[in-house]
Design a protein around this ligand. Structure first.
Ligand SMILES: *[C@@H]1O[C@H](CO)[C@@H](O)[C@H](O)[C@H]1NC(C)=O
Ligand SMILES: *[C@@H]1O[C@H](CO)[C@@H](O)[C@H](O)[C@H]1NC(C)=O
Ligand SMILES: *[C@@H]1O[C@H](CO)[C@@H](O)[C@H](O)[C@H]1NC(C)=O
Ligand SMILES: *[C@@H]1O[C@H](CO)[C@@H](O)[C@H](O)[C@H]1NC(C)=O
Ligand SMILES: *[C@@H]1O[C@H](CO)[C@@H](O)[C@H](O)[C@H]1NC(C)=O
Length: 355
């Protein structure tokens, strides 16, 4: 009887030790894999920006995450904010791309090479385009900017389908003085992981074990500094890879580092494409100012060009009026109320996770 008990105890101890061993080993392996990937992200990129220097552009570097096939969106960014204009503002821009996935039929690597030869503004990682690989892309951009533009004052991170006004961004940046530990964007509090399998953004308990995400900034548009970007991307190796990039980078990593997130000014951000469209139309047709700085493009590649042009016309013609309370966008533009950001497929799902 006693002997049986001893055997059982020994068996239990063995089971427990191997369980602990396997678990810790698992984590160790994860870290190793990530460490390897991290190195390979910075050292082993396929295309580097050929005509790029932060040496004389010391105010702002713009990093734009861009799906490799979004040729037209990149073209729209270049037309909305040509490199001459960027230079005058002491700014530069780089697009972050990954490898062409097998499912992509409309783009070839030689076309990307040509685009890079022509504009010199492409950084292409060796990982494959996939929404589950976006964290690599995001970290690649931060690491690259923090290493190559370490003397630059600000980094602006945007997505290629974000519409934003450059001049107003510049105005805001010039007012910002305290730049140590600086992380500013559209802050999201109390978001919960999607636990239903049907959701594209479904997250398993193994991938993320808490019931709520830490506060984070939407990846659409945020501002930081090269110093913070370096600290944050260095921190990444101590955490298991999490594929929702803005939550990982601006939430999980900043929380671990104790970096305080800052909210953008009020009336800076339009969450709905319809509101942006409406605001833009009023600016073009009725010369009513649209003071918002950023919004989603609703799948319209050229919206960033139209928006920036209209804002510039308003400024140079000096005949735009300020929007009155009666003309409040939420009262005037009702279309967006008919659908919610939460219920659509495709793009709206992206908005859902990011907002
Ligand atoms: C560019 O920015 C740097 C750092 O902020 C500043 O020293 C320099 O004078 C600026 N150059 C121009 C042309 O604005
Ligand atoms: C490279 O940059 C210089 C000035 O910085 C510019 O004049 C030239 O047009 C650029 N070339 C390309 C290929 O973008
Ligand atoms: C991420 O990139 C790697 C490296 O190219 C690739 O093997 C992997 O399949 C990609 N992940 C997904 C989910 O596509
Ligand atoms: C999130 O919380 C911060 C304070 O911690 C606050 O400044 C910010 O406005 C909040 N954001 C939203 C969207 O509620
Ligand atoms: C503002 O000036 C532009 C260019 O002259 C003109 O097309 C537009 O109609 C003017 N708007 C108003 C409200 O006068």
């Amino acid at each position: 009887m006693q002997r049986k008990f001893v055997y059982l105890a020994i068996l239990l101890v063995i089971a427990l030790t191997s369980w602990i061993y396997w678990n810790s080993n698992d984590e160790f392996n994860n870290t190793l894999v990530f460490l390897k990937r991290k190195n390979y992200i910075i050292k082993d990129v396929q295309i580097k920006p050929s005509n790029f220097s932060c040496k004389s552009q010391l105010f702002l570097v713009i990093i734009v995450t861009s799906y490799v096939g979004h040729v037209e969106l990149r073209s729209a960014h270049r037309r909305a904010m040509p490199s001459d204009m960027l230079r005058q503002m002491n700014a530069s821009r780089v697009f972050l791309l990954a490898q062409i996935p097998e499912t992509e039929k409309f783009i070839t690597q030689s076309a990307i090479k040509d685009e890079s030869n022509e504009f010199g503004d492409i950084l292409q990682g060796t990982f494959t385009e996939n929404y589950r690989n976006l964290t690599y892309k995001h970290l690649m951009g931060l690491q690259w900017a923090s290493i190559n533009c370490d003397k630059t004052k600000f980094i602006l991170k945007v997505d290629d389908d974000t519409v934003f006004n450059l001049e107003k961004t510049y105005e805001l940046l010039k007012t910002l003085d305290h730049t140590s530990n600086f992380f500013m964007g559209y802050m999201l509090n109390n978001t919960e992981p999607k636990r239903s399998r049907e959701n594209k953004w479904y997250v398993t308990w193994h991938e993320y074990s808490r019931t709520e995400y830490p506060p984070y900034l939407s990846g659409w548009y945020y501002i930081t500094t090269p110093g913070v970007a370096a600290t944050v991307s260095d921190e990444a190796i101590y955490h298991p890879y999490f594929w929702i990039d803005d939550i990982f980078v601006t939430g999980i990593l900043t929380e671990a580092l104790g970096i305080k997130l800052r909210q953008l000014p009020d009336n800076y951000w339009l969450e709905y494409y319809e509101l942006l469209e409406c605001c833009l139309n009023d600016m073009i047709k009725k010369s009513i100012k649209c003071d918002y700085v950023i919004g989603p493009n609703g799948g319209r590649n050229n919206l960033i060009v139209e928006f920036n042009n209209a804002v510039r016309n308003c400024i140079s013609w000096q005949n735009c009026t300020t929007r009155t309370d009666v003309q409040n966008l939420n009262k005037v533009c009702v279309a967006y109320k008919q659908r919610t950001i939460f219920s659509d497929g495709g793009k709206a799902e992206v908005q859902y996770i990011k907002l």
